[in-house]
Write a protein that binds this ligand. Structure first.
Ligand code: NDP
Ligand SMILES: O=C(O)C1=N[C@H](C(=O)O)C[C@H](O)C1
Length: 253
């Protein structure tokens, strides 16, 4: 039995994690963390601050906000509790804080918990290596109109995957309206679309002079992200060694 805490439990993703875990006999949801505390009739206590939780747990799954990170890391470090961090939009300093905490406790972090996007990352690396330098790389991400961070964490992860495979260090370009000049050869353009209920869509475009290749992943429901995070929680609950774990520790590509 895995005793689970859901951080961001009142949000869109927190509620999907709750639904899936409530039907899984391997899980017991022992608490939730969320800004406003209890919201509606739930089967577990909800705390507005991790420090209020006095019970026992095996792992935390976090889909909340970068603002929750400090308290969550402090909680994990004090309790020696593994953390699955699925939140996006962290600052550079916060990413360093996560790296440092992973020296003491197991932390699993991925900006996209779906199997499909993690296959896409691998395809992007292969395409960059195969195509060489003659193709312009552009990433277009599309999300629902409630998403607050842009570009998406996944778009940045895709750009980083391409950068790993390129023979030069690319420049990420998020905004073309402020400059009047042709596209630079070492740019990776990243564009964000926000609208309606789009769950999550990522397109990587390789534009050559005479041909274009497009690799695209579309999430049809939030279940793909929640299921990946739950799989990560099961994996992390059985791990004692500190470290920063990612989807590549879970899936073999
Ligand atoms: N890695 C992945 O696969 C995926 C990652 N995400 C990421 O997960 C995060 C959450 O997404 P989503 O569920 O759609 O967002 P929501 O806004 O629906 O949910 C976030 C919840 O966290 C709460 N919250 C905000 N700040 C804090 C805080 N300081 N402490 C505790 N709780 C807090 C919010 O409360 P309130 O509403 O009152 O602000 C809200 O209830 C985002 O960063 C998103 O990008 C989403 C999908 C997949
Ligand atoms: O906020 C979302 O909804 C999502 N966020 C993640 C991101 O920023 O990449 C992952 C997914 O696409 C959904």
């Amino acid at each position: 039995m895995v005793r689970l805490i859901i951080s961001g439990c009142n949000g869109r993703m927190g509620r999907v994690v709750e639904t899936i875990c409530s039907a899984d006999p391997e899980f017991e949801i022992v608490a939730g963390f969320d800004l406003l505390g209890a919201a509606g009739d739930r089967d577990f206590p909800i705390y507005s601050s991790p420090s209020e939780f006095q019970g026992q747990a095996d792992v935390v799954v976090d889909f909340s906000s970068p603002a929750a990170l400090d308290a969550l890391l402090e909680f994990g470090l004090q309790r020696r509790l593994p953390l699955v961090l699925a939140t996006t939009g962290y600052s550079e300093q916060q990413l360093l804080d996560i790296d440092r905490a992973a020296g003491a406790i197991p932390i699993f972090r991925s900006a996209n918990m779906s199997l499909g996007v993690n296959v896409l990352l691998q395809l992007v690396r292969s395409a960059v290596r195969a195509l060489g330098e003659g193709f312009d790389l552009e990433i277009v991400e599309r999300h629902h109109n409630k998403k607050v961070d842009a570009p998406s964490g996944t778009a940045l992860m895709l750009a980083d995957a391409a950068a790993e495979a390129l023979p030069y260090t690319p420049e990420y370009v998020f905004d073309r309206q402020a400059v009047r000049k042709p596209r630079g050869k070492t740019e990776i353009g990243i564009s964000s679309v926000r609208g309606g209920g789009i769950v999550g869509d990522h397109e990587v475009i390789f534009a050559g002079r005479d041909e274009v290749i497009e690799l695209r992943h579309t999430a049809l429901s939030r279940d793909v992200f929640a299921s990946g995070a739950i799989r990560a929680a099961k994996f992390l609950a059985g791990i004692t060694a500190p470290g920063l774990y990612t989807m590549s520790d879970l899936i073999s590509l």
